[in-house]
Design a protein. Structure first.
Length: 557
């Protein structure tokens, strides 16, 4: 079989016998999109479905995976299906059914191997243990030390690697997970650096005579490329975490392009090691919209000599497997009963998702405003309108848009799928200097591989200049007064103190933030969590019409 857009991985003569050829199907960051979605990854309405405007869903993934497996049984190219983590969290399906629905649907897909994503820790060690006890496929992560979590040890379901076999050739799959996960969850799991861990495990596999090695992990596109460059025994890297869309048939987008589906590199991305060895790196965006397809050939010595591929768009032209749809229908009454509750109405499209990691988005404005609104209703301001006029919320927590429908209704399901993480909200009293540092940190993470910590704002108007050095990008910052009779903006004062509303995730150091003073600390829990605050705001306003308000302005020198 000759591949279209063939890439020669090594300068090896064609006459060398090729002993193994196979196709890798893969996806990552499915985030509980068990049923099809609209183009934004949100709920697929009946109107969208009737117009064939829906994408993805596990029923479509199952159709393609089963199709290739059936062809392999009938003499076609062998196939591996690999899952690169983050099946948890993102829709009302997961909110209601938790790990059980994730394991049930993954077991029906029968991945040959999967790695953990950071969101597999969302329901704590207990939720992860329950998931692992139910899952049938090998789960690989080489850089974890979970010896101090006895329940996790007792599952006996995690391993550094697994070995698969195709036509007599053994293939090692080594897993990895971003150590940044440690910042975001309180548990006794420790994380080691990925490259060191992968190299150690690869050496063990090579000693066993396993010459074909795939790294399967969840650390982001940049780290995937680092692994491909610095892990000499690794032949292929299948990644996730950054929701990266790769496509060799379209130009790579400008780094400031906020389109979540902007092309960030070619599929596959080819990394050349010092030895001259070429290693393909792949990801497949997010929300089951695409399924990656990489075709590879190895010679008798286990050297990768050819590779090519492309992401498969799972649009309405791709059939859905009936058994998967039937399973969804048996669970749907629980979703419908909770999800159809109307909690608000909007006159405008509320844009969320990945754009909120790059720039101001009006759904981010709304959610940050709801935090200030919720605190105001607690009447903690005494004679003033509030005691906390500023709120910060991570763009990475705003998972989808809320589309304006015919009557403008916003349902509980819309809200739950937009903001799925149920973070507690707290007021923290910090100096203007600490607040300025937080804004600088927000600016710094924007252009990094994992940019979910880019903040959406209420009560702040900030200008960033990316021509300036990191740590010096805030060129202007205005803050809204709390202790005032008429709210107005003034220049941020580094020596004054401000009450700022943040999520417990960031207060605990998530995304590298420092939002507690070393001395004279003050924090106070709000009555509502982030979901509760947003619902309270929606129910308290007849219509939403939040727009873009230049809360975040990005300038050039």
């Amino acid at each position: 079989m000759l591949f279209a857009a063939l890439i020669r991985a090594n300068p090896i003569e064609d006459s060398i016998k090729q002993v193994v050829e196979f196709t890798i199907l893969h996806n990552n960051d499915n985030h509980a999109r068990f049923e099809q979605t609209n183009k934004y990854g949100a709920v697929c309405t009946q109107k969208d479905a009737n117009m064939n405007k829906c994408f993805g869903g596990f029923a479509r993934v199952a159709h393609v995976v089963r199709k290739y497996r059936e062809e392999a049984k009938n003499g076609g190219t062998p196939v591996l299906y690999l899952n690169a983590g983050d099946t948890f969290t993102g829709t009302l399906w997961f909110t209601i059914f938790k790990d059980k629905i994730a394991s049930t649907f993954l077991n029906k897909l029968q991945p040959d191997a999967l790695c953990l994503g950071n969101h597999e820790f969302d329901n704590g060690i207990e939720g992860l243990v329950s998931f692992l006890e139910d899952i049938n496929a090998p789960v690989v992560v080489s850089n974890l030390d979970y010896s101090k979590e006895p329940d996790l040890v007792a599952t006996n379901k995690l391993s550094n690697s697994t070995v698969l076999e195709i036509n007599g050739s053994k293939i090692g799959i080594i897993g990895y997970l971003t150590p940044k996960t440690k910042q975001d969850y309180i548990n006794n799991v420790e994380f080691n650096e990925e490259i060191t861990s992968i190299n150690a495990e690869a050496a063990k596999l090579k000693a066993q005579g396993i010459n074909i090695i795939i790294a399967l992990g969840h650390s982001g596109y940049q780290k995937d490329q680092d692994i491909a460059r610095d892990c000499p025994e690794v032949d292929i890297v299948v990644g996730g975490h950054t929701h990266t869309y790769l496509d060799a048939n379209r130009p790579v987008a400008d780094k400031n392009d906020a389109n979540p589906e902007a092309v960030r590199g070619p599929y596959p991305t080819t990394v050349v090691q010092k030895s001259g060895k070429k290693v393909p790196v792949v990801q497949a965006y997010t929300n089951t919209k695409y399924l990656g397809k990489l075709q590879v050939k190895f010679n008798a010595d286990g050297n990768l000599i050819e590779f090519a591929g492309e992401p498969i768009l799972l649009n309405a032209s791709v059939a859905q497997e009936q058994d998967m749809l039937d399973l969804l229908d048996t669970l749907r009454p629980n979703i419908t009963a909770k999800g159809k509750q109307v909690i608000g109405r909007t006159k405008v499209h509320l844009e969320g998702g990945n754009v909120c990691r790059w720039r101001e988005c009006n759904l981010g404005n709304l959610m940050a405003d709801s935090m200030v609104y919720s605190r105001m209703l607690e009447s903690k301001g005494g004679e003033y309108w509030t005691d906390a006029a500023i709120a910060l919320i991570p763009g990475g927590g705003i998972r989808t848009s809320i589309n304006k429908n015919a009557n403008g209704s916003i349902t509980y399901r819309n809200m739950a799928e937009t903001i799925p993480f149920e973070n507690r909200l707290l007021v923290t009293r910090i100096s203007g200097k600490t607040l300025l540092n937080a804004l600088e940190h927000s600016a710094s993470v924007r252009n990094k591989d994992s940019n979910g910590g880019f903040q959406q704002l209420s009560g702040i108007r900030v200008e960033y200049n990316y021509d300036k050095a990191e740590g010096h990008r805030v060129t202007s910052a205005l803050v809204l007064c709390a202790q005032c009779s008429v709210p107005s903006y003034s220049k941020l004062n580094e020596t004054e103190y401000y009450n700022v509303i943040v999520t417990d995730f960031h207060l605990n150091g998530g995304d590298g933030y420092k939002l507690i003073e070393k001395q004279d600390q003050f924090t106070e829990l709000l009555e509502k969590d982030d979901k509760g605050a947003l619902q309270q705001y929606l129910e308290g306003h007849s219509f939403i019409y939040t727009g873009m308000e230049n809360r975040i302005v990005i300038t050039k020198s």
